[in-house]
Write a protein that binds this ligand. Structure first.
Ligand code: HEM
Length: 160
């Protein structure tokens, strides 16, 4: 924990941290990128998870997944990159903030869940509607919950 706090102090004092605080445009611009990433990750994930849980059966699941997954990946990459820059502006206090720690843990959980889902079930999407595995459905429900919580914790950081 001590080395994490020392690293956060170093990051906050680094040129990136200083730029993020001193530039009038950088923080708001990165915040907007964070929101774009949020829309690109949350929108597709919520739709894909809803489809996995049985909504919109008129739309072929492999096709839905093929369109939505790359968008979600772009959103995640934007969120991680812009989130790191926002974090750098105020890294010392944020590193010990329980809400941010919980948010990061849930991001790891959400990504691990998505990777495990792809590993286990990506070859079984074409007959999902007739033979959906219970564990796969639970993973879709967990994904919905995890991403909604991550989004909520991100917004609540400003208040607590
Ligand atoms: C990957 C999924 C993520 C989601 C869904 C997410 C979501 C959010 C949301 C909704 C906000 C509030 C934005 C606003 O009100 O303008 C936010 C702010 C923020 N996020 Fe994220 N975020 C993610 C990843 C990250 C990561 C990886 C980091 C840091 C390493 C991070 C650090 C921050 C910071 C520092 C803020 C500003 C908090 C404040 O207002 O003081 N985020 N995030």
């Amino acid at each position: 924990m001590d080395s994490l706090i020392a690293w956060a102090a170093w990051l906050e004092a680094s040129p990136l941290g200083e730029q993020m605080r001193s530039s009038a445009l950088l923080y708001p611009a990165l915040n907007l990128l964070h929101l774009l990433g949020l829309v690109l990750l949350l929108g597709p994930m919520l739709l894909l998870d809803a489809r996995l849980l049985g909504a919109g059966r008129a739309f072929s699941l492999p096709a839905v997944s093929q369109v939505l997954t790359p968008l979600a990946v772009v959103g995640l990459v934007l969120l991680l990159g812009s989130g790191f820059c926002l974090f750098a502006a105020d890294a010392g206090p944020l590193a010990v903030d329980r809400l941010l720690q919980l948010k990061l843990l849930l991001i790891i959980l959400g990504v691990a869940n998505a990777l495990l889902f792809r590993h286990l079930w990506s070859a079984r999407l074409s007959d999902w509607d007739t033979h959906a595995p219970l564990f796969g459905r639970l993973q879709a429900a967990l994904s919905l919950l995890a991403w909604i919580l991550v989004m909520s914790l991100g917004r609540l950081l400003a208040y607590f």
